[in-house]
Ligand binder design. Structure first.
Ligand SMILES: Cc1cc2nc3c(=O)[nH]c(=O)nc-3n(C[C@H](O)[C@H](O)[C@H](O)COP(=O)(O)OP(=O)(O)OC[C@H]3O[C@@H](n4cnc5c(N)ncnc54)[C@H](O)[C@@H]3O)c2cc1C
Length: 385
């Protein structure tokens, strides 16, 4: 089956522009107070409960959700603006970001009333952290090979197995986990997996940190040893998670965080080359800015389509693929453009951030779906395979 790729020509509405000014003013205060340092690459998206609480108090977490659960009933385009401003400022959003982006929407759709009333307001106050338990040692791109088992027992389920690369599990209060509840069906190998809400303090869960090549310990192995989850922890239909995952992936793949993770290098490059760069520098910066402008328009379009109730999962995959390839190449392109510049004072910060960005870059095309896998999805969507 093929479907056309459609990017609706959406512009940010006026209320989103007013909100941008508000967010910038807040960020300015936080920079002055020393909470945020846009020129400190290694603290990027750090874990800062106090900062998350401040954003919550301003109504900038879960801002598209219903008011009765602590949301603001604002648009995805307004959320886009807040995300964009926080990302370029290098703000420490790790505590609430996953819950805000994708776990909250899952709860809104599938949790019972008690769970929603308990958890969603805590997320919007910036007091609740989620992680995503999909990948396993033998199941990454091929999620449908997941083996971590949920076995039915009296009043609930027993979980046994191991998840891996689980970002932020060491800080998380909850995980949305994908577990095998029955064998894959012959006619549909995607059948048999179920999404669960997991309280990370449940007895039997062990979180083992994994260090990445930049020296950070942001992701983990999570081992489940006979962990009990009550029936109410099932999110959606048993065995049918494959039907639920597509809209979650559109949220996960299309946001401005998918091309802004190394953007500080572009800003440093502009600072380094100064107000009158030579022709090579000007052309290089021009190209980079033109490219990020297009990515931004595409991402705004996907957010506008989400707002209109569409499911732009194919377009979201395109934004993720183009965006992560762009942000992955950015550090080495900036290094080339800066090669002949000897502005000593700016050079020191540029080199420090460049060294960090180069160690971060390799992961960008893996997290959230690899380049090859995304291109497979896009090709299938276009009817090419
Ligand atoms: C920084 C970071 C954070 C992460 N955070 C999380 C998280 O919070 N939760 C979570 O569940 N996972 C997380 N992941 C895991 C990530 O989703 C997986 O690493 C990713 O899906 C790839 O799976 P894999 O590592 O098993 O590689 P594999 O799937 O084994 O892939 C290996 C190589 O084969 C290629 N390949 C695989 N299948 C195909 C195919 N069908 N066609 C063409 N090529 C193919 C891939 O592109 C890749 O190059 C994270 C990963 C990183 C790097």
């Amino acid at each position: 089956m093929s479907s056309a790729i459609e990017f609706d020509p959406i512009r940010l509405p006026r209320e989103a522009q007013a909100l941008r000014a508000e967010v910038r003013a807040f960020i300015g205060e936080e920079i002055a107070a020393g909470t945020i340092d846009p020129r400190a690459g290694e603290t990027y998206s750090g874990f800062n409960p106090e900062f998350s609480r401040k954003l919550g108090a301003r109504g900038w977490i879960g801002m598209t959700w219903p008011k009765r659960y602590g949301g603001q009933e604002r648009s995805f385009l307004e959320r886009f603006v807040v995300t964009e401003e926080l990302r370029v400022a290098n703000a420490p959003v790790l505590r609430h970001f996953t819950a805000d982006r994708q776990s909250g929407p899952i709860l809104l759709k599938y949790a019972n009333e008690r769970q929603k009333a308990d958890i969603l307001p805590r997320i919007t106050r910036g007091e609740c952290c989620f992680c995503i338990g999909m990948s396993e040692p033998d199941s990454g791109s091929d999620l449908f090979a997941a083996k971590t088992r949920a076995t039915k027992t009296d009043g609930g389920w027993r979980i046994n197995g191991t998840k891996v690369w689980t970002s932020n599990a060491q800080n998380a209060d909850y995980m949305i986990g994908l577990f095998r509840t029955s064998a894959a069906a012959k006619e549909n190998r995607r059948h048999g997996l179920t999404q669960f809400l997991v309280e990370m303090k449940s007895p039997g869960i062990k979180v083992n940190p994994i260090e990445d090549m930049s020296g950070r310990r942001d992701f983990n192995e999570v081992v489940f040893d006979d962990v009990f989850l009550a029936d109410e922890c099932v999110m959606g239909e048993v065995d049918m998670a494959w039907k639920q995952a597509t809209s979650e992936l559109a949220y996960e793949r299309s946001g401005p965080e998918r091309y802004l993770e190394t953007s500080y290098i572009l800003f440093e490059l502009v600072r380094l080359l100064g107000p009158a760069p030579d022709a090579r520098g000007a052309e290089g910066i021009g190209r980079l800015v033109a490219q990020i402008h297009v990515l931004r328009r595409m991402s705004i379009s996907v957010n506008g389509m989400l707002q209109a109730g569409k499911e732009p999962s194919l377009e979201g995959s395109l934004v993720k693929d183009l965006g992560t390839v762009w942000e992955q190449e950015l550090p080495s392109r900036a290094r080339d453009l800066a090669a002949f510049c000897d502005a000593a004072t700016e050079r020191e910060v540029f080199d420090m951030l460049l060294a960090f960005a180069l160690t971060v870059a390799p992961k960008l095309t893996i997290q959230g779906g690899t380049t090859e896998v995304l291109r497979g999805i896009i090709a299938r969507g276009l009817g090419l395979r």
